[in-house]
Design a protein around this ligand. Structure first.
Ligand code: MLT
Ligand code: MN
Length: 311
């Protein structure tokens, strides 16, 4: 199986359009060690010709332009795409807005949890993707699903979804229910185990609020883990002076610290550990930062756009 990280940044990308924090400024200035990154998306292929996207980011047009594998083959029909299906892990803007750029009457299939399918159904703008051409299919939790294209042909890629501690999309938060995590329910945020046939699998968890024993048990023995790397420390946006929210408030646990993901996932047998969905305030976006060195020492890599992993 081939995995391509087509977008490695969190919502907003890096640099973010309105951000003047030192990291975005350095990326904008082209300083060495500050790679620009587009918003969160992953592509997987069993055969190198058909691809399944995991999340459709607002940067999808730019991402396809930068990824020959996702472009129509020169000898393909006049209108065509190697993108056979899109699997959604939540309904956040950075994961669904790209669907709107995939209009043009091109068949492919959409897979998501019931909660996320309901969000698409409730927003009529997504009808630019005519369900007769772009079927919307349920990804039932705990089941290994063979991902099929719009015509029901197998892509060779399978996905098993599982609910992870997370949060409902920002624009759907119920502010009258802060104690109930703003109305979040199971299925608002999922992780997926991605495989091709009986080969080794990868876990893709771009959003996760907490690590519990259940998640640790699931990830133990994984060949590859692509995990929520939004913030390095929980209060990072506040100390950077760019916002009021903690990582936790946004449904993302920090990389570092006692309750962070590096500590929370230590001791597990995982072949390759890679952080994805990196926010523009995260100091690891500076390749030469001590935080980046600390991750490296702990066995973690930080994704960049175009990174390829072969399993
Ligand atoms: C998130 O991951 O928390 C969201 O993408 C935030 C957002 O929608 O901007
Ligand atoms: Mn996001």
């Amino acid at each position: 199986m081939r995995l391509k990280i087509v977008g490695s940044a969190a919502g907003g990308g890096f640099p973010q359009w309105n951000c003047n924090f030192r990291l975005s400024r350095a990326a904008r200035a082209g300083e060495p060690g500050f790679l620009s990154r587009t918003q969160s998306s992953l592509a997987a292929s069993a055969d190198g010709s058909g691809w399944v996207l995991f999340n459709a980011s607002p940067d999808i047009r730019q991402q396809i332009a930068a990824t020959p594998e996702l472009q129509p083959a020169p000898d393909a029909p006049l209108r065509s795409t190697p993108i056979r299906a899109v699997v959604l892990t939540n309904a956040d803007v950075d994961h669904v807005a790209g669907l709107l750029s995939l209009r043009e009457r091109e068949p492919f299939a959409i897979y998501a949890s019931r909660r996320v399918l309901d969000v698409l159904a409730a927003n009529s703008i997504f009808n630019v993707l005519d369900p007769a051409l772009v079927p919307r299919r349920l990804l039932p939790p705990g089941e290994t699903v063979a991902i099929r294209d719009a015509q029901n042909r197998e892509t060779g890629v399978s996905a098993e979804s599982f609910s992870v501690p997370g949060k409902i999309a920002l624009y759907l938060e119920d502010s009258s229910r802060p104690d109930a995590d703003f109305g979040s329910e199971a299925g608002d945020t999922i992780g997926v185990r991605i495989a091709a046939g009986a080969g080794r699998s990868a876990f893709y968890v771009p959003g996760c609020a907490r690590i519990d024993e259940r998640l640790r048990g699931r990830l133990d023995g994984a060949a590859c883990l692509l995990f929520d790397g939004t913030v390095f420390t929980d209060d990072e946006m506040i100390s950077a002076g760019v916002g009021q929210k903690t990582g936790r408030r946004m449904g993302h646990l920090a990389m570092w610290g006692e309750n962070g993901s590096v500590a929370g996932l230590s001791g597990l047998k995982i072949g390759r550990r890679v952080f994805v969905h990196i926010n523009n305030t995260n100091p690891v976006l500076d390749d030469t930062s001590p935080e980046r060195a600390a991750l490296r020492a702990a066995g973690w890599d930080v994704a960049h756009d175009g990174m390829e992993i072969v399993l």
